[in-house]
Design a protein around this ligand. Structure first.
Ligand SMILES: CC(=O)N[C@H]1[C@@H](OP(=O)(O)OP(=O)(O)OC[C@H]2O[C@@H](n3ccc(=O)[nH]c3=O)[C@H](O)[C@@H]2O)O[C@H](CO)[C@@H](O)[C@@H]1O[C@H](C)C(=O)N[C@@H](C)C(=O)N[C@@H](CCC(=O)O)C(=O)O
Ligand SMILES: Nc1ncnc2c1ncn2[C@@H]1O[C@H](COP(=O)(O)OP(=O)(O)OP(=O)(O)O)[C@@H](O)[C@H]1O
Length: 449
């Protein structure tokens, strides 16, 4: 593996060359061009997003501001290959405050990457933006948006819960999925007139080739990309609310490394959500609002809500490893975590059918089990919840077995006497508009733990 310092010493540069829109009768596509400049070589990357047109879309305004910003968020997949000190922007401008904002996103969004590649770098040192653009500043985009929702669908249980809780109250909501997996496509297909399917094409062969040649690789803040893209969708669909399904558990870091709170789910955290809302309303538009509907909830609450939606039991896929093949891989942290969250709310027989086994009886999962349940272990780098809710669920489940019937992973598990508060803090840090808070409250009140 080429090391961070070795790559930095080569004085490589990253360039955001251009962004553009191509439109024909059927499709709209956004194109982004980046370069990684090594001393004697220019490596070009071309990234593309595309969408089928329909009569709900209006593209008659100048959307360059938001499209430029989508390019800033998407650039991270290519920037991370060599993490140059200099990030040159040739197609737009960012003031000091905006540059500081993106530095924070890149640093925290690459937190897991920095930790796993054992990189010693501060937020200030990671990169410096160089503006090499002489055009005008971007203008705020003003669109008369309607009181409707775009609900991004990931195919796992969280966005399905939002979908279920909102579908009667807001039957005209638009369901958005990017490169949808089968589970997401099933939701979009139920709403053919209100679905947004977006194709995202990375310059993947080139990324994989750099990976093979030992350049840097690691996790990127995927949800920040969903965020900027969904603002663009809100503008072209004239739709006010972007309704995410990020939970409060996403705020907890995996580990603290050199003072950096390393969180796999950084761009799902409320810190990012608050920063993002501020950024969008200050520099892009005040007419589209991004918030997470499930923010007051922990994963355990979401799991209980999900357990009321039987029709999704055999279609949802929360497993990132298997979801492209429409499978639960049965071996990753997210499979085990999802199983643990649901194990008190869905009867064993059904749960075994969904996951194809009793995951708590799989001795090969001991290490993952410890990572999820012991606070002195590093929490797995996946979208999993907090130690407290895992231990709450495990302790509750363990109490339902007699000693001789305990599944393998619960045999040596010591129930934890935690005071895990199940009450939902609706007045905690969240950005739910009043009407959404009322719907969530009414549904949570129906649950009894
Ligand atoms: C599906 C998945 O979890 N992928 C992560 C995995 O990548 P892998 O190599 O196993 O396969 P691919 O995803 O096909 O990636 C191939 C290469 O392309 C790079 N790449 C991929 C997507 C992208 O947007 N940009 C890229 O540069 C990737 O680095 C590979 O070289 O491991 C990677 C390294 O740790 C992860 O970066 C991949 O994660 C995807 C970006 C991804 O979509 N992950 C989401 C499912 C995810 O983790 N979401 C989090 C939200 C995190 C956040 O803060 O936004 C969540 O749901 O909580
Ligand atoms: N491909 C995608 N297209 C559109 N939105 C997405 C996509 N992937 C994720 N999202 C959005 O990001 C949120 C976080 O993703 P995440 O995978 O954690 O959630 P999920 O799929 O709804 O449920 P789970 O946590 O059980 O997997 C989703 O709830 C959804 O709103």
């Amino acid at each position: 593996m080429k090391k961070f310092n070795e790559l930095r010493e080569q004085n490589n540069k990253f360039v955001y060359k251009s962004y553009g829109t191509l439109e024909n009768e059927q499709t709209i596509s956004l194109h982004f061009h980046y370069q990684l400049i090594e001393s004697d070589k220019i490596n070009d990357f071309h990234h593309k997003l595309s969408l089928n047109k329909n009569d709900k879309i209006s593209t008659d305004l100048d959307f360059s501001n938001i499209i430029f910003h989508i390019g800033m968020a998407e650039a991270i997949s290519y920037y991370k290959i060599a993490t140059p000190k200099e990030f040159i922007i040739e197609c737009g401008t960012l003031n000091d405050e905006q540059q500081a904002w993106f530095k924070k996103l890149y640093y925290n969004g690459l937190g897991e990457f920095i930790y796993l590649n054992n990189i010693a770098v501060t937020q200030d040192e990671l990169l410096k933006f160089v503006i090499a653009f002489n055009g005008d500043d971007f203008k705020e985009i003003k669109v008369a948006t309607q009181e409707n929702n775009i609900i991004p669908i990931g195919g796992g249980k969280d966005s399905l819960v939002s979908y279920e809780l909102l579908k009667d109250e807001f039957p005209e909501s638009l369901m958005f999925s990017m490169n949808p997996i089968v589970a997401s496509k099933a939701i979009l297909d139920k709403h053919p007139d209100n679905s947004i399917e977006l194709k995202r094409e990375l310059d993947l062969e080139k990324i994989l080739d750099f990976n093979k040649r030992g350049y840097l690789n690691g996790h990127i803040p995927f949800s920040s990309i969903v965020g900027f893209i969904s603002i663009w969708l809100g503008l072209i669909y004239k739709t006010k609310y972007i309704v995410l399904s990020n939970e409060s558990s996403a705020n907890e870091e995996n580990i603290i490394f050199n003072g950096l709170k390393v969180n796999h789910q950084y761009s799902k955290s409320v810190e990012f959500e608050n920063d993002f809302r501020f950024y969008v309303s200050s520099f892009i538009t005040k007419d589209v609002e991004y918030f997470s509907f499930l923010r007051p909830l922990d994963e355990i609450h979401i799991a209980k809500l999900f357990s009321q939606t039987k029709e999704h039991f055999f279609t949802f896929r929360s497993c990132n490893v298997g979801s492209k093949r429409n499978e639960w891989c049965g071996k990753c942290p997210k499979c085990l975590f999802t199983y643990i969250m649901l194990c008190n709310f869905i009867e064993d027989e059904t749960l075994h059918k969904i996951f194809d086994k009793d995951m708590l009886d799989d001795s090969e999962l001991q290490e993952l089990f410890d990572g999820l349940s012991k606070s002195d272990e590093v929490k797995p780098f996946e979208c999993v919840g907090t130690y407290d809710e895992v231990n709450y669920a495990l302790s509750k489940k363990r109490a339902t077995y007699t000693q001789d019937k305990l599944p393998f992973l619960l045999k040596n598990y010591k129930p934890v006497d935690i005071h895990y508060g199940l009450e939902v803090a609706f007045n905690g840090e969240n950005n739910l508009p009043k009407k959404f808070k009322e719907i969530l409250k009414a549904n949570v009140e129906k649950l009894s733990f």
